[in-house]
Structures are given as structure tokens and as C-alpha cells.
Ligand binder design. Structure first.
Ligand code: ADP
Ligand code: MG
Length: 392
């Protein structure tokens, strides 16, 4: 293949995609929760070794960033999300995804350690914060969501005149393809599109303007409690829902109001239905979850390849994130893995998913031709689709 038009097309596509790295892929290894055999060994800030338990030599995987178990929340924030916050303040959209199996540390990264349920006796104690939920997460442990909001406040205070900026947040979950408000839980909410399908909003979703760190932590913890938790064989409190925080920054300028939006997503567990012995309702959830993860992967692949047409319509998640994923948007995927050997299979699945996403950026930097590239996502997703068919 390849006439003169196509080589021209190649050159343009390559130049555009190398300039703005749209997709950054990081892997975060959570600390071992028990003294157990390990399947992961981080060997640098960008690579790790994975041991499949056979006699084969451990396999090396490389990513834009690899966070080891004692890397701090601050390091993860500075490397992955802080650069996006600067974009958002300049009026662009950006998105961060926490991907991984249940128990791999997604919520820890996004929110921080979630306070455990107190023993029955403490139920008699009066509620603490105004919001009625615990906010006793030490500032060191605080996750990306609150860090991003604080960072935005700090920038605004240092640069802008009083009242020129407005920061508001909304927090929702997608569970079984239904949208629920996590700041004001109630019945399912509907997506609304304007005439040309360009702007998508959630009808009735609360949008809260705030400037207090304590209030933000309280709101997010409370919202997290409102997430749909269902027991599966993999984890008693596994979260089968996607949680999506959106932070909107509006700045008044002499030329009008500019708006940037940061989407921070704590995705549902990526484990396969088979693995968790799910049946009936659980199995249906698994199918929905995989459908949106699949749709998200498809969109990211298409965007990274500079595709002219990207299909956002396959899931609520991608429809909602269209605004963030299209245009001049940067996306960070933080894939989470557990180091214990017993989680070997899920860890492998996550490493492979992240590796595919990562190889896209790397290949583009090395000037891979766009028409060779076209086949890449389809091959990968054909196998995923047949895997999903097996499950149903
Ligand atoms: P997920 O949201 O992916 O299901 P969690 O964030 O709930 O996983 O993490 C599972 C457990 O591991 C929790 O008890 C959490 O506090 C702990 N954990 C995860 N990541 C870390 C980390 N980086 N440092 C300390 N503890 C962690
Ligand atoms: Mg979680």
C-alpha cells in the first residue's frame, strides 16, 4: 500500500501526535497486604518484571511511569495529574483513569484510604463533620481527587484576582449503565445531548461550588460511601461501579469566560466474570462493566491513532467523557496491580491492557505509519470481544 497521498497523510499524523502526547500510561504497584510470594518486581521508574509462576524467565514490561509500593500519593499526583491541572487552568479538558482489578488500589490512588466501618459500639457517637462522615484521612494519604482540587485552589489564589474564578465539582457513578448522583444520591439520571450531540450533560446532576478542603474530602468520602457495593467471590466489598469526579474551572477574562474540566475516574474492577464465579445479576454487571471498559479502550486507541472518527456511543462512560477525550485533551491511565502471586492472572491482564495502550504512544513517537497502525486496535479487541462472548 502507499501512494503519494498516503505518505503525506502519514507525515501529518505523526507530527501531530508526537507534539501533544495524548495518552500517558502509568502502572502503580500497591504494597503487599500480607507476607506472601510475589509476582511483581519494579526495576526502575519505567519498568517492572512479571513472574508468571512457570519456569520461564520473568517478563519485562515498560511504561511511561512505574510506581513502586512505597511511592507516595504526592509522587503519583506530581507525575500524573499536576501537568493536567495546568492545562485545565488554561481552559482545556483532561482525564485521569484508575484502571485495575478489585483490590488493586484504584480507590486508594483516587481518594486515599477509605475509613473502615467502626465497630458497632461507636455507632452511638454523634456524627463528626457537618456532612456526617469521617474525614480523618491524613494529608499524606490523600488521593488525587482532593490533591487536584487543592492544587487548583492554590493556583487560583496565587494568580487570579478575587472572584475571577469559579470551581465546581460533580461526582457520579455509572452502575449497570445507569447514572447516579453521588453527591445527592437518588434515582437514575439521564444523559442529555444538544442538537448536534456536541455537548453532553447529565440532567439534574448536582454541581457544588466549594473552596474548603475539609468540605471536599467530606463530600467525596460520603459520595464514595454511596457507591454501589456488591459482594463478589473476588472481594467482599468490591465496587462494581465507575465513579467519575468532574472538576470545572471557569475563569472570567476580558474576552469572555474560559472553561476547563478535569475528569478523574475510579473505574470498576476490571476482573473477568469467569474469575469471580459471578452468576445472574453479577454476571450482567460484569458484562456492563466490561462493555464500558472495552468502549473506553476503543476510544483511547482511536484517539491515540489520530483517527478521524471515534465512536463514543457504545457506553455511558465514553459518552460522558467525550468532552474530555476529544479535542486537545490529555489522558492519563494509571493501571493498578497487586504484587501477591495469588493475583497473578489479574495482574497479567492489567499489565497487558496497559502495555497495549502504552505501545501506541511509543510507536507513534517512533513514527509508525498511521495506516499500519489502523489494524492494531481491531486485532486486540476482536480477541477481547470473543472473550466476552465466552462469558455470556
Ligand atoms: P480498589 O479500589 O482497586 O478495589 P483499594 O484502593 O480499595 O482497591 O485498595 C485495596 C486495599 O489496599 C485497601 O485496603 C487499600 O487501603 C490498600 N492499598 C491500596 N493501595 C495502597 C497504597 N499505595 N498504599 C497503601 N495501601 C494501599
Ligand atoms: Mg475501589
Amino acid at each position: 500500500s502507499g501512494g503519494s497521498t498516503s505518505s503525506q497523510g502519514r507525515a501529518i499524523a505523526t507530527a501531530q501526535t508526537t507534539q501533544d502526547e495524548r495518552l500517558v500510561v502509568a502502572v502503580r504497584v500497591r504494597p503487599s497486604l500480607e507476607a506472601a510470594e510475589r509476582c511483581i518486581d519494579v526495576i526502575s521508574g519505567g519498568s517492572l518484571l512479571y513472574d508468571d509462576g512457570s519456569k520461564n524467565r520473568p517478563r519485562q514490561y515498560s511504561y511511561d511511569h512505574v510506581f513502586r509500593e512505597n511511592d507516595t500519593q504526592e509522587q503519583v499526583y506530581k507525575t500524573t495529574t499536576a501537568p493536567l491541572v495546568r492545562d485545565v487552568l488554561s481552559g482545556f479538558n483532561a482525564a485521569v483513569f484508575a484502571y485495575g482489578a478489585t483490590g488493586s488500589g484504584k480507590t486508594h490512588t483516587m481518594l486515599g484510604p477509605v475509613p473502615r466501618k467502626k465497630p458497632a459500639t461507636s455507632d452511638r457517637a454523634p456524627p463528626t463533620a457537618a456532612s456526617g462522615c469521617e474525614t480523618d484521612v491524613s494529608s499524606q494519604d490523600i488521593g488525587l481527587m482532593v490533591r487536584a482540587i487543592e492544587d487548583i485552589f492554590a493556583h487560583i489564589e496565587s494568580v487570579e484576582e478575587e472572584g475571577a474564578c469559579k470551581v465546581s465539582i460533580s461526582y457520579l457513578e455509572i452502575y449497570n449503565e445507569l447514572i447516579r448522583d453521588l453527591l445527592n444520591p437518588g434515582g437514575p439520571l439521564e444523559l442529555r445531548e444538544d442538537n448536534r450531540g456536541q455537548r453532553i450533560t447529565v440532567a439534574g446532576l448536582s454541581e457544588i461550588t466549594t473552596s474548603s478542603r475539609k468540605e471536599v474530602v467530606g463530600l467525596l468520602m460520603k459520595g464514595n460511601k454511596a457507591r454501589t457495593m456488591e459482594p463478589t467471590a473476588a472481594n467482599q466489598t468490591s465496587s462494581r461501579s465507575h465513579a467519575l469526579l468532574s472538576i470545572t474551572v471557569q475563569t472570567r477574562t476580558p474576552l469572555g469566560t474560559k472553561q476547563g474540566r478535569l475528569f478523574l475516574t475510579d473505574l470498576a474492577g476490571s476482573e473477568r466474570a469467569k474469575k469471580t464465579k459471578n452468576r445472574g445479576k453479577r454476571l450482567q454487571e460484569g458484562a456492563h462493566i466490561n462493555r464500558s471498559l472495552l468502549a473506553l479502550g476503543n476510544c483511547i486507541n482511536a484517539l491515540s491513532g489520530g483517527a478521524r472518527y471515534v465512536n463514543y456511543r457504545d457506553s455511558k462512560l465514553t459518552r460522558l467523557l467525550k468532552e474530555a477525550l476529544s479535542g486537545r485533551c490529555k489522558t492519563v491511565m494509571i493501571a493498578h496491580v497487586a504484587p501477591e502471586s495469588k493475583h497473578r492472572d489479574e495482574t497479567k491482564n492489567t499489565l497487558v491492557y496497559a502495555d497495549r495502550a502504552n505501545s501506541i504512544t511509543t510507536k507513534l513517537q517512533n513514527s509508525v505509519y498511521i495506516d499500519e497502525f489502523k489494524d492494531f486496535p481491531t486485532k486486540h479487541y476482536q480477541s477481547l470481544v470473543s472473550e466476552l462472548r465466552d462469558e455470556v
